[in-house]
Design a protein around this ligand. Structure first.
Ligand code: NDP
Length: 332
């Protein structure tokens, strides 16, 4: 048990100043959980960036290893749930929050957090999707359950170049929806168009809606990854009977609202959580992402492969809102 492995290590080096380094850790330093995985790939999510820069609503105590996503083979399982060598996928629960996360070559977790890698997805593809893909899938599922159909009109996606946003654009386009992709990075319009966006809209277009109680109905449905005032600007501009699947807070957690869109246009605010969702519900969406919702060649467009050494640099990029698509950390 004196085996060592490489991990990202976030430390508070001065009050409120956090540093991210690649270090060697020992297997015995991991928590006493039954399932030990040799991680082949992880990915970077906005939440990892928050954890890496000391956000204590995500991670209470430092030093800490972030990484809410991981895929890898079973090294040992004291719960006897999985055979050694089985390839498992983990997203969410406490991984990378207060449990040492997937930005490391080894993790130790409860067996109930892991799923067998769905048939039809490679380990790398599962991490191109990761929590972002699962969340995009859950958002799309919420819209479909609310009755969304391509004939209804355009679907708005905010934070469109980000992880959740880019996968939502590709998935909705695959399902035949006309996607209006909202971004702060108009220079990435070609990326969004290649993913299937019908049109690309400057983030600033939504800003004037803030001063109005209601805006002109422009979109049938929406996926909002940005939160804050943007979320209510989106709600105000949905057409009668529409709804928004809200999953994010990249621009903030608070927003001011009024009741008019809800009581005059019957708009639905559909909350999405991918973290504490029961495992069987996660499995159902993963199976769809591996089959009828498989976005094939778009996965290659969305992904950039990086090494564990590069993770701190790319976490800083996500923290500034400058990420594009998904960053897959290759430890194979
Ligand atoms: P990314 O960092 O990959 O993408 C976020 C995107 O949001 C950015 O690329 C940018 O896109 C946009 N953005 C960033 N800052 C601002 C701002 N100040 N105002 C408006 N837009 C901004 O993050 P993820 O895709 O990993 O996550 C997106 C959000 O979803 C996060 O808030 C995350 O916490 C949340 N999330 C929630 C989950 C859940 O279970 N509910 C699960 C996964 C993520 P652009 O430049 O194109 O506008």
């Amino acid at each position: 048990m004196d085996e060592t492995f490489r991990a990202i290590w976030v430390e508070e080096v001065a009050a409120g100043k956090f540093d991210q380094q690649l270090v060697q850790r020992r297997l015995q330093d991991l928590p006493d959980n039954p399932l030990v995985l040799a991680v082949s790939h992880s990915s970077l999510n906005y939440k990892d960036a928050l954890s890496a820069f000391g956000n204590r609503t995500i991670t209470r105590e430092y030093p800490h290893t972030p990484g809410i996503d991981a895929v890898g083979k079973v090294l040992e399982d004291a719960s006897d749930t999985y055979e050694p060598g089985t390839e498992l996928l983990v997203t969410g629960y406490d991984l990378g929050m207060n449990t040492p996360g997937g930005l490391a070559e080894r993790i130790a977790i409860p067996a109930g957090w892991a799923l067998p890698l769905p048939a039809g997805l490679s380990a790398r593809e599962s991490m191109i999707l990761g929590t972002a893909g699962l969340t995009a899938g859950l958002c799309v599922e919420k819209l479909l359950e609310a009755g969304a159909k391509p004939a209804d009109g355009e679907v708005l996606v905010t934070g469109a170049t980000g992880g959740v946003g880019s996968i939502a654009v590709a998935l909705l386009a695959k399902l035949g929806f006309r996607v209006a992709a909202v971004t702060g990075k108009l220079e990435s319009a070609d990326f969004l168009t290649a993913l299937g966006a019908w049109k690309v809209i400057d983030r600033e277009t939504l800003a004037p809606f803030a001063s109005k109680a209601m805006a002109k109905p422009l979109w049938a449905w929406a996926v909002d990854t940005v939160g804050g005032e943007t979320l209510f600007n989106v709600i105000k501009s949905l057409a009668y009977g529409g709804g928004v699947a809200a999953c994010g807070m990249a621009s903030g957690a608070q927003f001011q609202a009024n009741v008019f869109p809800f009581i005059l246009r019957g708009i639905s605010l559909l909350g999405v959580d991918s973290v504490e969702l029961p495992l069987e519900k996660k499995a159902r969406v993963w199976d769809r992402l591996a089959s009828d919702w498989y976005i094939g060649e778009q996965l290659g467009r969305i992904a950039e492969d990086i090494s564990l050494e590069q993770a701190p640099e790319f976490l800083a990029r996500l923290h500034r809102g400058h990420g594009i698509g998904r960053y897959v950390v290759d430890m194979a």
